[in-house]
Design a protein around this ligand. Structure first.
Ligand SMILES: Cc1cc2nc3c(=O)[nH]c(=O)nc-3n(C[C@H](O)[C@H](O)[C@H](O)COP(=O)(O)OP(=O)(O)OC[C@H]3O[C@@H](n4cnc5c(N)ncnc54)[C@H](O)[C@@H]3O)c2cc1C
Length: 384
């Protein structure tokens, strides 16, 4: 067992770290405040190859692996989570389903532009009435045999990267039939942006991740060719379970980045801020807070490294991915709260990065499976 990074992994980590500090940090607060999508940053991330990290070179990928993606996400989130979640959703929710389940034609059509970052894709699973209970999906797709098209009707809620100027498509889960036992047959269908009947609602007014793109989507007799079915008909449930299992490792990495960013900012501030005649960092009460924050970031990092290692070795990793996501999101919220506390009143002011970290931390306990859902997965995997 060796959790030390290879020279190549260190080089990737360091280049994303430099990019986050030099390119993202100076401008992201303005985007966050104005709630604007950081197109220029995304363009540069594309040029660096970040959107192609875990994909094969045949479609323009970097030939890396999922762990490389996680390292990049951690470093980005150490500075800003809006940019990190844009990458996470684009890769693990947007491009990955096509890479894993698509036909050769679908891959050739979509992957080169998604992997270069020139275009983004969203993944539409959640609905206004169903999130954790995704099997409850009500969006329907009916095959019109006269035109050989799927006719989609329904709505999806909170879909990341679904409404940017460079969004090329969303993959949506829909009920395509009822099985003999009465259960729903779920399938996944690719819906290109601009398809008539595919309506992107105005962006939400979010508490955090305000420089990322999230929309409700409405499908009103939206027609796409039958060949836009992703993988086999009726495999939608299994497909999204696989995508979410992997995605949890990526979200854990993102959460570790935020937690580590809280440590960075707390140390800096504690050395500068004076109270009762000396830097607050001289007080053991502050030092202990920072030590606990570092301990939490470190243990959560080991948890996601372990889950990623199991996944890449082809071993079962469902439980470890859920543990990593549950632990990392919990400690990210803890660290954001403590970092804000260390900053005192200034921690409540938007001009300090910790205010952004605090606002961005809570969603980590909700998105891609709530903490309750992670506990359900862990308990089920333990045979309960
Ligand atoms: C900013 C943002 C971006 C998102 N991006 C995407 C995206 O790109 N694609 C996508 O498909 N979705 C996306 N989501 C949706 C997200 O994954 C869901 O919000 C999440 O899965 C929870 O679903 P829900 O909001 O419907 O909550 P619910 O499922 O309604 O849950 C409400 C509460 O009940 C609890 N609960 C539910 N069932 C149980 C149970 N059996 N036992 C105990 N407790 C339970 C939950 O844990 C939660 O605390 C995004 C959400 C946000 C806010």
């Amino acid at each position: 067992m060796d959790f030390r990074l290879s020279e190549e992994q260190k080089a990737l980590r360091d280049s994303v770290r430099d990019f986050a500090r030099e390119v993202v940090a100076p401008v992201i607060a303005e985007h966050y405040e104005q709630r604007t999508f950081p197109y220029e940053i995304i363009r540069q991330m594309g040029k660096m190859g970040l959107f192609g990290l875990p994909f094969g070179e045949e479609y323009g990928g970097m030939g890396g692996d999922y762990f490389a993606l996680c390292l990049a996400l951690e470093e980005l989130a150490r500075v800003d989570s809006s940019v990190a979640i844009t990458l996470e959703a684009a890769v693990s929710l947007g491009a990955m389903p096509i890479y894993r389940f698509g036909t050769d034609e679908q891959k050739a059509r979509w992957l080169p532009k998604l992997l270069s970052g020139e275009a983004l894709a969203g993944f539409g699973l959640t609905e206004p009435g169903f999130g954790s209970d995704a099997g409850g999906t009500e969006t329907r797709a009916v095959l019109d045999e006269s035109t050989n098209e799927w006719v989609i009707n329904g709505a999806k809620a909170f879909i990341t990267n679904s409404g940017t100027d460079i969004t090329a498509l969303v993959t949506v889960t829909a009920v395509t039939g009822i099985r003999p036992d009465g259960s729903k047959e779920l399938s996944t269908i690719i819906v290109p942006s601009g398809t008539p009947g595919f309506i992107v609602a105005p962006g939400y007014s979010k508490v955090g991740w305000t420089a990322s793109d999230t929309h409700e989507l409405i499908f009103d007799d939206c027609r796409v060719p039958a060949e836009n079915l992703l993988g086999e008909r009726g495999r939608g449930f299994a497909q999204f379970l696989r995508i979410l299992d992997e995605g949890r490792i990526a979200i854990a990495a993102l959460a570790v980045g935020l937690a580590q960013g809280c440590v960075d900012e707390s140390i800096k501030y504690a050395k500068e801020r004076h109270a009762f005649g000396q830097p607050i960092g001289n007080y053991q009460a502050i030092q202990f807070k920072v030590a606990d924050m570092e301990m939490k970031a470190h243990t959560a990092r080991l948890a996601y490294y372990d889950a990623a290692a199991r996944m890449l070795a082809g071993e079962p990793f469902k439980r470890q991915a859920a543990i990593a996501k549950l632990h990392a999101s919990t400690i990210a919220v803890d660290n954001a709260r403590e970092a804000t506390q260390i900053h005192g009143g200034y921690g409540f002011m938007n001009e300090y990065p910790v205010a952004r970290f605090w606002r961005d931390s809570k969603i980590l306990e909700i998105g891609e499976g709530t903490s309750e859902v992670q506990r359900m997965i862990i308990a089920r995997d333990l045979g309960m």
